[in-house]
Design a protein. Sequence first.
Length: 295
Amino acid sequence: MVQLTEDESHVTKGMSRDVDRPSWPYLLYSIAITLIALGVYQIQTSRHPGMCPFHMIFGGSASVGYKGELRYGEETELPETFIGRVVSKKELAMHGPGSQEPWLSVLGQVYDVSRGMKHYGEGGTYAFFTGRDGSRAYSSGDFSDTGLTDEVSGMTAEQIGEIYHWINIFSKKYTFVGRLEGPFFDKNGSPSDLWKGVELDLKTLGAQEKRKKDMKRKFPACNSHYSQAAKSGEVWCTEKSGGVTREWAGVPRQLHLPGERVRCACVPPDLLTDGRLKTYPDCPVAALSCKFTLT
């Protein structure tokens, strides 16, 4: 039997104390190192560079945009500080129709449209949109080289809204890459004065849309039938006409709103005195339907 000396016994006791130490700090340390390594690898190799690498690894679908993406129907005012990728025009141009990863930009927001390769790849119907920001063309319909530009100064709020509509389409179908350095965002991805003007236009449109929805609920559209052969028409009201379900049917009236075409509205009794309403000729004021001759 081997006898331990005093010094050897001391070493053995020290080893015992080391073994008794908890292992979880080392485990956490190992996990942290692994996550950092995965993050670096993801940044270097990701096809979706505008996204947080850890979100991509653990957060599910890669189609979910990282911070700073403007998404249709959400708050339109972007924060000053951008956490994400800023793309130069030179880099964007490298992702044109001949690229295996075509990108396009709308109002300075860059999307990877590789999933729609048959449309945006070389020879595709919309290939001319890739490798550039052709924002103006999404409203003007001018797809020439001069029309495919990010110059939107002088466009109306309605035209800006038409361009913004495409953000709705792209943000739902394609991966957000980042912001384009140019007229809408600076080299840090912060919004420019031009972008802030776009935001004002979008807010104006949002307020207009809200008023239209409120007006639709207040004065729902009538049911209608027209006969060109007989040159006659009929409008009538029900509790579901105009796509608005309610507890009252209302009576038909001509609704005159500034800047809009005259339309038929179903009006409840307590709103019949509204100055924007007119009765249909030769139609009883309390009738639920009115017939008239087309002119």
